[in-house]
Write a protein that binds this ligand. Structure first.
Ligand SMILES: Nc1ncnc2c1ncn2[C@@H]1O[C@H](COP(=O)(O)OP(=O)(O)OP(=O)(O)O)[C@@H](O)[C@H]1O
Length: 947
């Protein structure tokens, strides 16, 4: 069982017909009129009354002939359906009411009512219909789990011309008010939200119990009031599709009081008064129906003469599908009353209504939806992005720390370099001093060698004196070399570090700017939210105001779309900089580790032998600035990280005896570790490069994923906004069109009519086409457009919508051109692209264009024939242009139009290019992208559509 959830009453409900992009598809249809003949009642049987009526087939009821009754004249009435005395209520509902009842689930208002004399079976019939309709509605709801339904009920009765609330009997008489949007409404009428079918049945039961019933001679329980039970059915898609629209329709179940003759009902006093009111309101109803059936909608229809007709106004010729079941007593004694009923039914079947799908976009709903959207946006900006923000901020801080560390390491390196240099100087000075003191002719190395030999011999007398000096000399040379290399290395490292620091500073600045930009975007979104709040407090507005508001809304949506596009762009940038950042991280980390290692190595070595190098020969190959080009890409760096770094850290163990340096080895999992990891070695400088790299990679990928997801969402949102924008465009178009067409409502009715018979459609088509041709002429529409349209739409009923749209467009254009030409010169100047003169100019250019094609498209013989036929002097100047100037100039001559279209089609080559797609005139009002010069004549519309 699907239950409904309560909603707060909508502040304003905008009813828009199910909008096709070209405007409302107004469907005019006739009221469904059926007749139900009840069996003779027991009373009638006891009075030996006779059955006067017979249902001869499913559609016809006939008055029988009685020989003894001279006044009795035969009569036959035909309706959509006629139900005989034995027909069960199921069939009456199925064939006489179901379609209308279920339309309400699709957003189409429906009204079902029973009309007939007292005791003819109205209440009996309406009870059957109501019960089945309720069952069907809930069955439909159960079978449609994708939609959420909200059903509300209200009930009123009109008793002695006083409206009463049947769900709140103590509330007293209700006033009828005219709502500009909803029509006539009963003030303070109770609306109850229905929880489920049992609740609905219970509430209907309460209404039944409240009903004014009295005994008359014809009916023991005669309804003395008109009862209107109204179900308000609203439905929307359950999933959060982002669509703010839902359907809303009212289903009115009306049980009228019966018309009666005081002489027959034998009433007096209050019953008589009731009867008078009943008869009066029914009389007004009959008058209204009669007027409407005449087809003279423009004339005065006295809806306001009774409360019943005021309330039922939309159901009588308005936005609703209506079914009337006329109930008849079969008794001969009631023949006259039955005739009156049948005459009412005959009029009613000529009445047409314009049922529309009511797409509801209440301000509240819209605002709620927009608020949700804004909240979601903000949340997104806070979560994925904002976390991306936070990530960026955290990363920025981390990088700052790295920079600080690097700077400190630089200082340390400088200090070590200077120390090594001073020690070397000191050593050299010492050697020099010794050398000078002993043998001035020997080279310094020899001097050092001798000195060292001497000291070595003195410490270790067992050593061979000849090997020691050569070793020392070798050592000193090596030290000298190392000193130079160390100096170079330190300078290079400093250089790289400086670049690195500069680069990160720049990156930090970029990221900070991006964050600031994104924060500005959030502010923008907030501003939009406050705008939507303003919409909430807006009151009822008139159609032009709504049009203006919608235009504003479209502009806003445009800007919102572009804002989101900007956001997308910004995010792409952020994504790129994050990529860059992430790419640089392994390098930095590696470099940092490397550097730390290097510095540690150096300092460690320093303690034992200050001038020992850590494989400096290969060092420059893997000291790379992350901001430098090719070598800094992650791919380029990986081999360095995994393979070269350990090698570079390899220090020949023999050379540095007692240094305590470990030889790094590569483990199976790719980790680069020193031998200190293994037992016997001190665990300290393990560099898990692969793990680290993976960590950074994961973090980077995670960031990129979340950003991509957000970008996708943004794109979806842009699509949704565009969809909303299109809807709004349609609404504006409709409003504009309504304004344009309101002055010629008769015309609209004609074009909106969906004729049932092909003959009537043909007639309407010819009439509409004639109108279109005239409007083309008035509006100076492109000849090629006219030709295309004229040749494409030849009267197929499926083309009706195109015809309708074309008429709307042209009506708008005509009005627009008129208003522009009436405007002040300044105004015309402003709007010159849509002016009459620009249209005429375009048309002239098009005629010139067509004339130039005559020679290439027509043979000489054909040309001659045409000149003769179109009375162009054979010897005259500019014959081609003269000929083209004669095309499409007489909108009232069908033959002329036909021939003009034929010639233009040949000149443009329509026949060669195959069929022109009807979609070219598609309802979204879009012109083909590859707009050809000859479509310039249609420019005003395209300008209009750009809005
Ligand atoms: N189709 C039918 N089959 C059998 N009985 C019927 C049928 N229609 C009506 N009746 C019976 O006829 C009687 C009068 O019917 P009902 O009260 O519905 O008439 P009504 O038109 O609503 O009268 P009123 O206008 O006075 O309220 C009732 O007893 C009802 O049960």
């Amino acid at each position: 069982m699907s239950t409904t959830t309560p909603i707060t009453p909508a502040a304003k409900v905008e009813r828009t017909p199910a909008s096709t992009p070209g405007g409302p598809r107004v469907k005019r249809e006739k009221i469904l009129v059926t007749v139900r003949l009840r069996p003779l009642s027991k009373k009638e049987q006891s009075l030996k009354d006779q059955v006067a009526w017979e249902c001869v087939d499913d559609h016809t009821v006939v008055l029988k002939q009685f020989s003894h009754d001279r006044t009795n004249s035969s009569a036959q009435y035909t309706f959509d359906k006629v139900f005989g005395p034995t027909c069960p209520s199921d069939i009456v509902y199925e064939e006489g009411a179901k379609e209308v009842a279920l339309s309400s689930l699709r957003g189409i208002n429906g009204t079902i009512f029973a009309y007939g004399q007292t005791s003819s079976g109205k209440t009996y019939t309406m009870r059957g219909i109501t019960e089945r309709a309720v069952n069907d509605i809930y069955k439909h709801i159960e079978n449609t789990p994708a939609r959420e339904y909200i059903i509300k009920i209200s009930a009123m009765e009109i008793y002695n011309e006083v409206v009463k609330d049947m769900l709140k009997p103590d509330s007293g008489p209700l006033r009828l008010l005219d709502d500009p949007e909803k029509g006539t409404i009963a003030e303070k009428l109770e609306e109850q939200i229905v929880k489920d079918i049992a609740h609905l049945r219970h509430l209907i039961g309460i209404c039944e119990a409240q009903r004014q019933v009295g005994e008359t001679s014809l009916n023991d329980a005669s309804s003395r009031s008109h009862q209107i039970i109204r179900l308000m059915i609203e439905s929307s898609l359950k999933e959060s599709s982002g669509c703010v629209n839902s359907y809303m329709a009212n289903l009115n179940l009306v049980d009228l009081a019966g018309s009666e003759r005081a002489s027959q009902t034998n009433v007096e006093g209050s019953r008589l008064k009731e009867g008078c009111h009943i008869n009066l309101s029914l009389l007004t109803l009959t008058t209204v129906i009669r007027k409407l059936s005449d087809g003279k909608r423009s004339g005065h229809v006295p809806y306001r003469q009774s409360k019943l007709t005021r309330i039922l106004q939309p159901s009588l010729g308005g936005n609703a599908r209506t079914a009337i079941v006329c109930t008849l007593s079969p008794a001969l004694s009631h023949v006259e009353q039955s005739r009156i009923t049948l005459s009412f039914a005959s009029c009613a079947k000529e009445v047409t209504t314009t049922a529309q799908v009511n797409v509801v976009a209440s301000d509240k709903q819209l605002v709620r939806q927009l608020q949700r959207e804004v909240a979601r946006l903000e949340a997104e900006l806070r979560t994925p992005e904002h976390s991306a923000f936070s990530n960026s901020e955290v990363m920025l801080m981390e990088k700052e720390i790295q920079i600080k560390k690097m700077e400190m390491e630089m200082e340390e390196l400088k200090r070590e370099r200077d120390m090594a240099k001073s020690q070397l100087d000191e050593l050299q000075r010492k050697v020099q001093r010794d050398q000078i003191g002993r043998h001035p002719m020997e080279s310094s190395s020899c001097r050092v060698a001798k000195c060292l030999t001497f000291s070595a011999q003195s410490r270790n007398p067992l050593r061979q004196s000849s090997t020691v000096p050569s070793m020392l000399v070798h050592e000193i040379r090596k030290l000298e070399q190392l000193q130079v290399q160390l100096g170079e290395e330190a300078n290079r490292a400093l250089e790289v570090l400086q670049k690195e620091v500069a680069c990160h500073r720049l990156g930090n600045q970029d990221a900070a700017e991006t964050i600031a930009r994104l924060q500005a975007e959030i502010k923008e979104v907030r501003a939009i939210r406050s705008l939507t709040r303003e919409v909430d407090v807006r009151d009822v507005v008139s159609a032009p105001q709504v049009g203006a508001n919608l235009k504003e809304e479209i502009t806003r949506l445009h800007s919102q779309g572009s804002t989101i596009a900007n956001l997308e762009e910004r995010l792409e940038n952020v994504q790129k900089s994050l990529d860059k950042l992430v790419m640089s991280l392994p390098t930095i980390s590696y470099y940092k580790e490397d550097l730390t290692k290097s510095s540690k190595t150096t300092s460690k070595r320093q303690k034992i032998l200050p001038l020992t190098s850590s494989g400096t020969a290969n060092r420059p190959q893997h000291i790379r600035a992350p901001c430098s080009h090719s070598p800094t890409s992650r791919e380029a760096l990986e081999p360095d990280v995994e393979n070269k770094a350990p090698e570079n850290n390899l220090i020949p163990h023999e050379n540095i005896s007692g240094s305590g340096m470990a030889t790094p080895s590569k483990s199976e999992d790719g980790n680069v570790s020193s031998r200190e990891d293994t037992p016997g070695y001190r665990r300290s400088s393990s560099v898990n490069m692969k793990k680290m790299k993976k960590m950074f990679q994961n973090a980077a990928e995670e960031n990129i994923r979340s950003i991509k997801a957000y970008v996708t969402e943004l794109k979806e949102r842009v699509a949704k906004l565009q969809y909303q924008k299109q809807l709004l465009v349609c609404q504006v178009l409709e409003l504009e069109a309504n304004e344009t067409v309101s002055c010629s409502s008769e015309h609209e009715e004609t074009i909106s009519d969906l004729p049932k018979s092909p003959d009537s459609w043909r007639l309407i088509f010819l009439e509409q086409m004639q109108q279109i041709v005239q409007l083309w002429d008035i509006c100076h529409v492109s000849l090629i457009h006219r030709t295309q349209f004229y040749l494409l739409f030849r009267g197929d009923p499926a083309d009706q919508i195109y015809i309708e749209v074309e008429i709307r467009r042209l009506n708008w254009l005509q009005q627009h051109l008129t208003s522009v030409s009436n405007a002040s010169p300044a105004r015309v100047g402003d709007d010159s692209s849509i002016s009459l003169s620009s249209s005429i100019k375009s048309l002239r250019q098009e005629r010139e264009f067509l004339s130039k094609r005559i020679n290439s498209r027509l043979t000489e013989e054909e040309r001659e024939k045409l000149y003769i036929k179109w009375q162009v002097p054979l010897q005259g100047k500019q014959r081609k242009l003269q000929l083209v100037n004669k095309l499409w100039i007489d909108p009232n001559d069908r033959e002329h139009i036909e021939e003009s279209a034929d010639i233009v089609a040949r000149l443009v080559g329509f026949y060669e290019g195959g069929n022109v797609a009807k979609e070219m005139f598609e309802l979204n009002f879009a012109l083909p992208e590859n707009k050809k010069p000859w479509l310039l004549g249609w420019q005003p519309i395209s300008n209009f559509l750009r809005l």
